[in-house]
Design a protein around this ligand. Structure first.
Ligand SMILES: [Zn+2]
Length: 200
């Protein structure tokens, strides 16, 4: 049985350190995974000092990615620690499990990113419909909110720039327009047609 539980950890949380799966309960519609962090202590988020003085714990129930068409909910025991640094402003802090959930998050990070990817491809209404088919019941507005929370994509530097000219004031004044050849989008407008402006 112990072996099975260890294998479950590998199966369910392959990339997350210090998490143990205690049990898995399956019924017709839902899978409940009882899990907790097994690190000896945690680092205070305010002062960075390590503490192993446990000051109680509580349960959180973040939704996880569905499995076999069933919804998955973690029953995650989260510990509170006392910060041992007398100079620290924080007396009690809650442990964090990087990569698994975020503070006050109702979903695991991987469910968030899955739903955001569905939302990016299909937008709110269709995204929510497909998520429900996959076993993750979620509203249209939540799908949109998760897409909205995605980091802005980095705009790559233009590699090839085209140069053209534009006219203003009914052709009496000419400027230069720079166009990214790859994306075909204007990059910049220069106020004149001087070679020095273009070079800079
Ligand atoms: Zn502290």
């Amino acid at each position: 049985m112990e072996e099975v539980v260890l294998r479950l950890k590998e199966l369910l949380f392959p990339s997350i350190a210090d998490v143990a799966v205690l049990s898995v309960d399956v019924d017709i519609e839902i899978v409940r995974v009882d899990a907790q962090c097994i690190a000896d202590g945690a680092v205070c988020p305010v002062c960075g000092v390590w503490s192993n003085r446990v000051h109680g714990s509580y349960l959180r129930f973040p939704a996880d990615v569905p499995s076999g068409g069933r919804s998955v909910v973690l029953q995650l025991r989260v510990r509170r620690f006392t910060c041992g640094n007398s100079g620290c402003a924080r007396r009690i802090f809650v442990e964090r499990i990087p990569g698994l959930t975020r503070r006050h998050g109702q979903r695991t990070e991987r469910l968030r990113s899955t739903l955001a990817a569905v939302g990016l491809a299909l937008a709110g209404r269709a995204g929510a419909r497909i998520a429900r088919v996959l076993g993750a019941s979620v509203s249209r507005s939540t799908v949109l909110r998760l897409v909205d929370a995605l980091p802005e994509p980095e705009v790559p530097a233009q590699r090839v720039v085209g140069v053209d000219e534009y006219a203003t004031r009914k052709g009496r004044h000419y400027g230069t327009v720079l166009v990214d050849i790859e994306t075909r989008r204007p990059v910049d407008l220069l106020p004149d047609r001087e070679a020095s402006s273009l070079a800079s």
